[in-house]
Design a protein around this ligand. Structure first.
Ligand SMILES: *Cc1c(COP(=O)(O)O)cnc(C)c1O
Length: 230
């Protein structure tokens, strides 16, 4: 193994330890929190090293960058997650080249993804991105509009609504981090009563994954602590 490979493998082992410790500390069942490696700005080679170290899920924010990397990794079987902002003119390529989308926050985008998902591929797995701290960012559906959007997306045949995602305002206080995730956790529990088969709470990044696991995260999205600072 070369140095980069060793470092990525070591970092992944450390993140897996943190996940295991947090599951135990917060009384989560073992192995109920999945790890997605977020590889924006990273090379196809680095993604390959992460996969060699056991990563099965890759998150990308920028479409063109992701498509370029995918071309170099066609020999590898891995789940691709789109987690960045979505413009209408990008939906076709996203529908064709990804297994999951975590950042759907309006009906127009969901309708396009549904229409453009190629027949013969399984339904596109979708999480709705929720804005849990209204003033700070425009991305994400509001809590008020979530139930209505979820009901409409849940009825689309080529989309499988899997759950919710959020990117809370950054904080270095664990209690503040956890309070923000608790809002999404609560919304998720409520939605589970009306939408079938919701099983995914996509929350937690390098700096706040423990707080997210405390609040029920089922998949953490980790970039910096796997690949280093961007
Ligand atoms: C960049 C990014 C991440 C990873 O963030 P790190 O702090 O580097 O772990 C996770 N989710 C989304 C949506 C991102 O854009």
């Amino acid at each position: 193994m070369n140095l980069m490979q060793q470092l990525i493998a070591l970092n992944i082992a450390k993140v897996r330890d943190r996940i295991r410790n947090a599951e135990e500390k917060y009384h989560r069942k073992p192995n109920t929190v999945a790890l997605m490696a977020v590889s924006k700005t990273r090379s196809a080679d680095e993604v390959r090293q992460a996969i060699a170290a056991g990563i099965t899920d890759i998150g990308e924010n920028y479409l063109q960058e992701a498509l370029d990397k995918q071309l170099h990794l066609t020999d590898i079987d891995v789940y691709w997650h789109f987690i960045g902002p979505i413009q209408s003119n990008k939906t076709r390529a996203i529908a064709e080249h990804f297994d999951w989308v975590h950042s759907v926050d309006r009906l127009k985008i969901a309708l396009r993804l549904n229409d453009q998902r190629p027949s013969g591929m399984p339904p596109l797995n979708v999480c709705l991105q929720v804005n849990t701290s209204d003033e700070n960012s425009k991305a994400g559906v509001s809590l008020e509009q979530l139930a209505s959007l979820a009901e409409q997306v849940d009825s689309l045949p080529h989309i499988q609504l899997r759950g919710l995602m959020s990117i809370p305002q950054a904080s270095d206080q664990a209690d503040e981090q956890q309070a923000a995730f608790a809002v999404l956790h609560h919304a998720f529990n409520k939605l589970q009563k009306t939408c079938n088969d919701l099983d995914t709470l996509s929350m937690g990044m390098s700096a706040d994954m423990e707080a997210a696991i405390a609040e029920g995260s089922t998949v953490v999205r980790i970039g910096t602590d796997i690949f280093g600072p961007r």
